[in-house]
Ligand binder design. Structure first.
Ligand SMILES: O=C(O)[C@@H](CO)OP(=O)(O)O
Length: 274
């Protein structure tokens, strides 16, 4: 019976036609990656390697012949610069770039600015993995005594949001990220895709994980093991009901992609091996 169900499900999936394509990608490496600090809503720029990654993604998509119609970014510079560099490399600089706080990185609350390896030493690697990757674990909120509180909440960009500054998050789980992102996906991004536009989302590690969880139907338990490399376009093909027709594809050199994933995972270890 189970075998039959599996075969039937596989058959259904293989007969579903792809109607839409969308690219989801995490921005290029950020400046704080070398310092191994939780960056989150702090507006760090791309590192030199991050700039190279964003340009390389653009070249990859150009060589594959893609023509983008609109790019969505967060309000954070590393996501916007990734979009600009990618479009420049594709020679498609005219393509509109739309920014929203709803694609911002997960708000890491009181953990913002802390060093992951030091946290692993003090609290254990498994605890740090849970803080970074679990679905519904919320971290202690940021408060006014935090060194980055004023830099974040006094920033003019957050007066442009569709919620008041007071209602912006002070800490989030991945579940919270999905809850603030999904209305934007449903109400703004999906209609563009339905109009036939090729959309690229230049987001962050965790805003992209939240979206992939939703699109790919990844379970709360399995999302813990999903880590995204920086600067790697992920192609998702969807049917007319926005269900995936095939497994998502991380585009590029597969060995380099696996090494980049290990590098991100390693950030939560006491000693970095890569
Ligand atoms: O620093 C952060 O905000 C994120 C990456 O953007 O870190 P992590 O990989 O630990 O979720």
């Amino acid at each position: 019976m189970m075998f039959f169900t599996f075969v039937a499900a596989a058959a259904r999936q293989s007969f579903r036609m792809s109607k839409y394509k969308v690219f989801v990608m995490r921005h290029g490496e950020g400046a704080w990656t070398k310092e191994n600090r939780f960056c989150s809503w702090v507006d760090q720029r791309l590192s030199e390697d991050g700039v190279k990654e964003a340009l390389a993604c653009g070249h990859l998509l150009k060589e594959a012949g893609y023509h983008l119609d609109v790019v969505f970014t967060s309000l954070l510079s590393r996501s916007i610069h990734t979009a600009w560099l990618l479009l420049e490399a594709m020679e498609q600089e005219w393509v509109p770039v739309v920014r929203t706080w709803r694609l911002n990185e997960r708000h890491y609350g009181a953990l913002i600015g802390l060093n992951r390896a030091e946290m692993a030493l003090n609290h254990g690697e498994e605890q740090v993995k849970q803080w970074r990757r679990s679905y519904d674990l919320t971290l202690p909120p940021i408060d006014e005594s935090h060194p980055y509180f004023l830099e974040i909440y006094n920033d003019r960009r957050y007066s442009t949001c569709d919620v008041s500054k007071e209602d912006l998050p002070k800490s989030e789980s991945l579940k919270d990220v999905l809850e603030r992102l999904q209305p934007y996906w449903d109400g703004t991004i999906v209609p563009e895709i339905k109009r036939g536009k090729l959309v690229l989302i230049s987001g962050h590690g965790n805003s992209c994980r939240a979206l992939l969880k939703h699109l790919e139907g990844i379970s709360d338990a399995d999302i813990v093991n999903v880590t995204l490399p920086t600067g790697t376009p992920i192609l998702i093909e969807l049917d007319e009901n926005f269900r995936p027709t095939k497994p998502m594809q991380l585009l590029g050199d597969q060995e380099a992609i696996q090494a980049a994933i290990r590098k991100v995972e390693d950030q939560g270890k006491v000693k970095q091996t890569t």
